[in-house]
Design a protein around this ligand. Structure first.
Ligand SMILES: NC(=O)c1ccc[n+]([C@@H]2O[C@H](COP(=O)([O-])OP(=O)(O)OC[C@H]3O[C@@H](n4cnc5c(N)ncnc54)[C@H](OP(=O)(O)O)[C@@H]3O)[C@@H](O)[C@H]2O)c1
Length: 267
């Protein structure tokens, strides 16, 4: 499979690294583009793949085209490669906010099959979460191919397009919320006298362990919370403080605010 990545920035690079770890890596030919010749040369050296600035050449040579540029750059890029796209090609966008209808409209008269995705930054270490939805022209085999690509960098879930902005607010932006929580817990550790390094380890490993419990046991988080909370123990006092501080509603509001912003980015 020939994969062409338009935009070898942070996320584009992350996907390249993930694809490299794939058991099918030997069957993949990956190349990419950037906007400036300078960043193309740097990316090519860093990733040891062909990288240039000619999007038309890349689109011609690729079966799967991954669009990894910023939202405001997407229309110009797609219009410039519309002649090179056709129904035999698969266009996968990771661009926040931009709908499959917009991608389709900007792709010319015979557009490629279109899939819209929203990965997140832990894809960099193979622990990403990518949601995806099928757009115009995309059949089951296209969805399967997109899943296969993003499963090299973590887990995937197929959702309705109407839920993409919400998912952006949750898993796309979510790593930032979690870093904030880890930082706050780490500060708490420092407040009770733990050295900073140990405190951060305690906080991060606790989040990791709790997350794995939820995923591995497929249990409701509330049931797992009850397991930790002994009657008249310490945890219930901690939970009361969190309820008093309105942690739940604050997190819900964070996701809603980011989802609302995602809707406005498409212009
Ligand atoms: N960061 C995240 O957590 C995250 C998560 C999910 C999805 N996304 C989405 O991923 C997309 C990329 O984000 P990013 O953080 O990777 O951005 P980034 O690091 O700024 O990378 C953007 C890349 O696009 C290239 N580019 C710009 N115009 C181009 C053109 N005309 N032709 C070819 N390449 C072009 C840039 O090249 P130059 O360096 O030469 O300018 C750069 O390599 C965004 O749409 C964002 O919504 C981001």
């Amino acid at each position: 499979m020939k994969i062409g990545i338009i935009g070898l920035g942070k996320m584009g690079e992350t996907i390249v690294q993930g694809l490299r770890r794939s058991p099918d890596a030997h069957a993949l030919s990956i190349s990419g583009t950037t906007r400036s010749a300078e960043s193309a040369a740097e990316a090519s050296k860093r990733l040891n793949i062909e990288c240039h600035t000619d999007n038309q050449k890349l689109a011609t040579a690729s079966d799967v085209i991954l669009l990894c540029v910023k939202p405001h750059q997407s229309e110009k890029v797609l219009r410039s490669i519309s002649e090179q796209l056709d129904s035999r090609k698969l266009l996968i966008s990771i661009v926040a906010s931009i709908t499959t209808e917009q991608l389709h409209d900007w792709s010319g008269k015979t557009p490629a099959a279109i899939i819209r995705t929203m990965p997140n930054t832990p894809c960099l270490i193979g622990e990403g979460m990518t949601v995806l939805c099928a757009g115009p022209g995309a059949e089951q085999n296209h969805v399967a191919k997109a899943k296969q690509i993003f499963e090299t960098v973590g887990k995937t879930a197929v959702i309705e397009e109407s839920l993409m902005d919400g998912a952006t607010g949750l898993s796309g932006c979510g790593p930032a919320y979690i870093y904030l929580i880890i930082e706050a817990l780490s500060e708490a550790g420092v407040k009770v006298g733990l050295p900073r390094k140990i405190s951060t380890l305690l906080a991060a490993q606790t989040l990791l362990g709790a997350s794995k419990m939820v995923l591995d046991r497929a249990a409701h988080p509330a049931a797992l919370k009850d397991e930790v909370t002994t009657p008249a123990g310490c945890t219930i006092d901690g939970l009361m403080a969190l309820e008093e501080g309105k942690l739940r509603v604050t997190l819900i509001k964070a996701v809603l605010a980011a989802a609302k912003r995602s809707k406005t980015l498409r212009g």
